[in-house]
Design a protein around this ligand. Structure first.
Ligand code: ZN
Length: 256
């Protein structure tokens, strides 16, 4: 049990999720982990939730998953995102809503629980988006394992911090950031800590519209991002047909 596929930020995009799962099936994976935001934005929240429940051994709750079941959280979202939250709440039945509500915000896994999983940030701060070294330096204060898996930014990224002590004050300059290329292994060195983000399956925001996910191999100590083509036009058409905001369909084509 050492080779994990890591998926995140599916956002109700069934076609992207199906493409990712099909590719994962070819990669000799032991378990699939989902870092949350299964729903929100996209037209197939129930179908995506069913697939995640079927394939994933560990699932954490994302902020969109939470907002669908907690009206107070939904108020913090901007226009199109909030509209999609309300739409998702209306179309899901009680079983799906209950499944979202039951998700935990943290999970640990691997030998000696050396991997922690959260959706956005292991250390609450002024911003939850761990998208640069400055914020990652703060986020590492919440990382007391070798590896922290997180999503939320929709951009695949790896941050490396020297040493294993979360009490140590880190500066941005002491971190290394990697932008993982498709199928390029990033080595995870012993004695360092890592924040690894697999990018987004259903709504990538790094100007590459392909579905993004990753493989964490604890035997080889590597984190590898994969990009997979899927039927973007079909996802856009389904988004339009559902009556969701047009911008949510448009952005899928440009990966932004
Ligand atoms: Zn998200």
């Amino acid at each position: 049990m050492n080779r994990y596929a890591v998926i995140s930020d599916i956002h109700g995009n069934l076609y992207a999720l199906q493409a990712a799962i099909a590719r994962i099936a070819t990669l000799q994976i032991d378990e699939v982990i989902c870092l949350g935001d299964i729903v929100g934005y996209g037209p197939h929240p129930g179908e995506c939730l069913d697939l995640v429940v079927k394939y994933c051994t560990h699932v954490v709750q994302g902020n969109h998953d939470e907002a669908v079941v907690d009206p107070d959280c939904a108020d913090a979202f901007n226009g199109a995102a909030r509209e999609a939250i309300y739409w998702t709440r209306d179309v899901l039945g009680p079983l799906h809503l209950n499944a979202l509500n039951q998700l935990r915000s943290h999970q640990r896994l691997g030998p000696d629980e050396c991997v922690m999983c959260v959706h956005d940030n292991p250390y609450p701060g002024p911003t939850d988006y761990v998208h640069d070294k400055q914020i990652a330096a703060l986020a590492f204060r919440g990382v007391n394992t070798h590896i922290c898996l997180l999503g939320h930014t929709h951009v695949p990224m790896v941050f490396e911090a020297p040493g294993s002590n979360p009490e140590e004050e880190l500066t941005a300059a002491s971190l290394t950031a990697y932008i993982p290329g498709h199928e390029v292994d990033i080595r995870l060195e012993p004695g360092q800590r890592y924040i690894c983000n697999p990018g987004s399956v259903g709504q990538p925001r790094d100007c590459d519209p392909r579905a993004s996910f990753a493989v964490l191999d604890l035997s080889r100590q590597t984190f590898t991002v994969y990009r997979e083509e899927y039927d973007v036009a079909a996802a856009q058409a389904a988004t339009q047909q559902a009556g969701l905001p047009t911008i949510l369909a448009d952005r899928l084509a440009i990966g932004a």
